[in-house]
Ligand binder design. Structure first.
Ligand code: PRP
Ligand code: URA
Length: 208
């Protein structure tokens, strides 16, 4: 499946502020949350609804609702946590899992340190959350873990993606749909996204 990039002036505007090195932690977090809401909106475009009958103050009508219990959001710690607030604003009753993963600073390979997902995860459609898709190592390992646990439908939601990362995720997991707010130019020699926004985790949590 080909990666879907949000193309909208509002997204470009918000990304411009997000990327700016002068943007502080508070505004950075707010923007990650807002962009995550838009990504969620796009990623849930084709979900099926369940028929219901409701009564408005005027009359009864047949309509449809989302069965929120069929979905799970799984942020990749730490930076993915920044996107969680946004998606649960839109789908508040979805279940939430956590995958802990950090990128070794020398090898750039992901190290998994935590895995906790809701019961019955194999029956749910999963939306994996991580603002940065760089080499793709963390995304691939997180998807592997979910698939090993029986998950059949996975979407990957990120804010900024490098073409290199998209390519490897698409090769290894062609059934996973990637949604991103922007596809950037490339990775640098330290495997950071160019122009990117720097270290997403550090900017969300103010750790540097
Ligand atoms: C960042 C980011 C991704 C990963 C992307 O996390 O949030 O998880 O790097 O890189 P990759 O595509 O090359 O694997 P980081 O390792 O900095 O951990 P953190 O979220 O705890 O800061
Ligand atoms: N992780 C980040 O936080 N930023 C990058 O550019 C690459 C990986």
């Amino acid at each position: 499946m080909k990666a879907i990039e949000l193309k909208h002036p509002l997204i470009e505007h918000k990304l411009a502020i997000l990327r700016d090195e002068k943007t502080g932690t508070k505004e950075f977090r707010e923007l990650i949350k807002e962009i995550a809401m838009f990504l969620c909106y796009e990623a849930m475009k084709n979900v099926s609804l369940e028929k219901v009958t409701i009564k408005t103050p005027i009359k009864e009508m047949k309509t449809a609702k989302l069965n929120e219990d069929k979905y799970a959001f799984v942020p990749i710690l730490r930076a993915g946590l920044g996107m969680l607030d946004g998606v649960i604003t839109v789908v508040p009753n979805a279940k939430i899992g956590h995958i802990g993963m950090y990128r070794d600073e020398e090898t750039f390979k992901p190290v998994n340190y935590f895995y906790k997902v809701p019961k019955g995860i194999e029956k749910r459609e999963v939306f994996l959350l991580d603002p940065m898709l760089a080499t793709g190592g963390s995304a691939i390992d997180a998807i592997d873990l979910l698939k090993e646990n029986g998950v059949k439908k996975i979407n990957f939601l990120c804010i900024i993606a490098a073409p290199e990362g998209i390519k490897v995720v698409e090769e290894k997991h062609p059934d996973v749909q990637i949604y991103c707010a922007h596809i950037d130019e490339k990775l640098n020699e330290n495997k950071y996204i160019v122009p990117g926004l720097g270290d997403a985790g550090d900017r969300i949590f103010g750790t540097k």
